[in-house]
Design a protein around this ligand. Structure first.
Ligand SMILES: NC(=O)c1ccc[n+]([C@@H]2O[C@H](COP(=O)([O-])OP(=O)(O)OC[C@H]3O[C@@H](n4cnc5c(N)ncnc54)[C@H](O)[C@@H]3O)[C@@H](O)[C@H]2O)c1
Length: 242
């Protein structure tokens, strides 16, 4: 499939992995709606992409807030039409113990990952059905299948993301919508990993630009291809894990 001229919605595009995926999609000639809470960094990225000839809309949004998220999605769809792919990549990981975390902090982290994931999928679902198909990628993590100390919000939200992926992939089969969950298949150097990696992780981290090929491949999928899978984005390729 030629992705040129097709439309992608990417959350958490201002930095880290989402930034790298946005640049990879721009190189494919895709039109991009870029969402993030960091409007300044989004504008920097969009300026760079437009200079290189890409079409990009920036939407500053707090994805922990349902109303703000809905406005952002409405703006994206009004600008770009039906997306070929939605990549819900935004996340927040702040390590806190059960004794430390408040309900508000827990809700903020889980809302960004799970509530916004649900809202984004719901918003693109009918347009993708009407368009005859599409592809949805939800970012997961090792924390989507295992527990980690002090990931009181992030870990359950990533587990639930994998549940959302599995359920939507089943429902999407009839409508030709592929739904997959992607975990970075390498240690990547991003602002999130600067906050959370130990020495061993830092010793082997690589630029997230090296693992964007999987996202390009997934933009070409529909339900006749890869769907309902847990996928590792490895250097230059994707690997189906489960
Ligand atoms: N870094 C890793 O090693 C690693 C490992 C496993 C999974 N992941 C997953 O990969 C994805 C990208 O991670 P990353 O390392 O690039 O993270 P990052 O923190 O560097 O980037 C996340 C982006 O999400 C945005 N964001 C945070 N809160 C937001 C909010 N309320 N509203 C809108 N945007 C918000 C941030 O501004 C940032 O641009 C995440 O889903 C993460 O869980 C990362």
């Amino acid at each position: 499939m030629d992705l040129r001229g097709t439309f992608a919605i990417i959350t958490g595009a201002a930095q880290g992995l989402g930034h790298a995926v946005s640049k990879a999609y721009a190189r494919e000639g895709m039109r991009l709606a870029l969402m993030d809470i960091r409007g300044d960094k989004l504008d920097e990225l969009a300026a760079e992409l437009r200079t290189a000839g890409a079409e990009a809309l920036t939407i500053q949004v707090d994805l922990s807030d349902a109303g703000d998220t809905q406005h952002a999605i409405d703006a994206a769809l009004a600008w770009g039409g039906t997306p070929r792919i939605l990549v819900h990549n935004a996340a927040l990981l702040i390590q806190r113990s059960m004794l430390e975390i408040t309900l508000e902090q827990w809700q903020k982290e889980t809302n960004i990952i799970l509530q916004a994931g649900f809202q984004l999928c719901k918003a693109v679902w009918k347009p993708m059905i009407d368009a005859g198909g599409g592809s949805i990628v939800l970012l997961t993590s090792g924390s989507g299948t295992r527990g980690f100390v002090k990931e009181i919000a992030y870990c359950p939200a990533k587990h639930a993301t994998e549940g959302l992926m599995k359920t939507l992939a089943m429902e999407g089969a009839e409508f030709n919508i592929a739904v997959n969950a992607v975990t970075p298949g390498a240690a990547i150097h991003t602002p999130m990993s600067e906050q959370n990696y130990d020495e061993a992780g830092r010793a082997r981290w690589i630029d997230p630009a090296e693992i964007t090929e999987a996202f390009v491949e997934l933009a070409k999928q529909d339900a006749s291809g890869i769907t309902g899978k847990r996928i590792a984005a490895r250097v230059g390729k994707l690997e189906i894990l489960a």
